[in-house]
Design a protein around this ligand. Structure first.
Ligand code: GDP
Ligand code: MG
Length: 177
């Protein structure tokens, strides 16, 4: 039975942020639909997707917003962040530049986001071991300094994707309940 049809006890808005092509849309499609796409056109992104999760006897509906390509033009607006209780901040472990830009995204979260927002830092594409430019320890260190949860994921191989979203949802639930 599909849980999307059930009533939910909590509805959490969360957002995906990070540079273009780091894998945000594929992380979302993997979590929401268990799908991965080799080519994702940034303009075709959906606005958001839902997935229900059971925590104890509660049904949590996570509404996860995707940027639909706007991150290219730094045109993410206020309404994207409005009411968001969690953010998944994604970089690509094969492109150091996307890791360096994490600070820029944190700055933006400080400016537009709720101060209590749960932030999970995600280093995606962990399957591309030979192309790695960002070490696991670098991600861990940054997460420690900024007090964020941290995971490396592969949307392609379905590694840690579920865990990353569930960590975010569980943490929001602990704050909200
Ligand atoms: P977005 O711009 O951040 O939404 O990134 P996309 O989800 O569109 O992904 C950009 C490209 O990276 C696409 O070609 C994906 O197939 C690829 N990609 C996404 N996640 C992974 C991953 O975990 N591993 C590998 N090898 N490729 C990925
Ligand atoms: Mg996208």
């Amino acid at each position: 039975k599909h849980m999307a049809d059930e009533e939910c006890d909590y509805l959490f808005k969360t957002v995906l942020i990070g540079d273009s092509a780091v894998g945000k849309s594929n992380l979302l499609s993997r979590f929401a639909k268990d799908e991965f796409h080799l080519d994702t056109k940034p303009t075709i992104g959906v606005e958001f997707a839902y997935r229900n999760t059971k925590l104890g006897d509660k049904i949590i509906k996570a509404q996860i917003w995707d940027t639909a390509g706007q991150e290219r033009f730094r045109a993410i607006t206020n309404s994207y962040y409005r009411g968001a209780l969690g953010a998944m901040l994604v970089y690509d472990i094969t492109r150091n530049e996307t890791f360096e830009n994490v600070r820029k995204w944190l700055q933006e979260l400080k400016e537009f986001g709720d101060p209590d927002m749960v932030i999970v830092l995600v280093g995606n594409k962990s399957d591309l071991v030979d192309l790695r430019e960002v070490e696991v320890e670098d991600g861990q260190k940054l997460a420690e300094v900024e007090k964020l949860c941290f995971l490396e994921t592969s949307a392609k191989e379905n590694l840690n994707v579920e865990d990353a979203f569930l960590q975010m949802i569980t943490k929001i639930y602990k704050i909200a309940s």
